[in-house]
Each structure stands twice: as structure tokens, then as C-alpha cells.
Design a binder for this molecule. Structure first.
Ligand code: SF4
Ligand code: SF4
Length: 85
């Protein structure tokens, strides 16, 4: 079985870490047919209230579904996604 690795650079994507707000982009989610990514609140932010709903993040969760099509990498305007296998 191919082991897929997907890395997102949160300095480019993620409004808690200085990148853009993934809610206003989400192009990776739209481009990915098998729906590998999940958009969620960023629980790990070092803010007074880490549960503040203004902080969001994209995480590649369902790696085994990835077909290595590269659509997410191409769609990301921030060049924040790396897919390797
Ligand atoms: S490479 Fe294709 S299948 Fe894999 S996460 Fe990106 S868009 Fe989805
Ligand atoms: S396409 Fe790139 S910048 Fe847009 S939400 Fe996905 S990872 Fe973030």
C-alpha cells in the first residue's frame, strides 16, 4: 500500500498562524474529489480562547483516499500544500 504524506504550510494557510483564512479559500476542498481534507476550528492556537470560532484550519485527514491526482496542489493559491508518496 502506498503511504501518502500531505503537508500544509500553516504560515500560508490558516488565519491563526498568519496565513489566509481557509474559510475564504477552501479551493483544496473543492478540488479534491475523494474529500481528503477537513476544515475545522484550530484548537491548537495560542490565543486567549483557542476555541474562538474565528480561527480555522485545513487538515488532511483521510490520507488513504488520496489518489495523488495533484489537483489540490494546483488549486492552492498560496502554494501551501505538498503531496508525496
Ligand atoms: S492529490 Fe488529489 S486526491 Fe490527493 S488530496 Fe490532493 S486533490 Fe485530493
Ligand atoms: S487551497 Fe491552499 S490556501 Fe486555500 S484553503 Fe486550501 S490549503 Fe488553504
Amino acid at each position: 500500500m502506498v503511504k501518502t504524506k500531505i503537508v500544509i504550510d500553516y504560515s500560508k494557510c490558516g488565519n491563526a498562524t498568519g496565513g489566509i483564512d481557509p474559510r475564504q479559500c477552501s479551493k483544496c476542498l473543492q478540488a479534491c474529489d475523494p474529500a481528503v481534507f477537513v476544515r475545522h476550528m484550530a484548537f491548537n492556537v495560542k490565543e486567549d480562547n483557542p476555541y474562538d470560532p474565528q480561527y480555522w484550519q485545513i487538515t488532511p485527514v483521510w490520507l488513504s483516499l488520496c489518489t495523488h491526482c495533484g489537483k489540490c496542489v494546483k488549486a492552492c493559491p498560496q502554494k501551501a500544500i505538498t503531496v508525496s508518496f
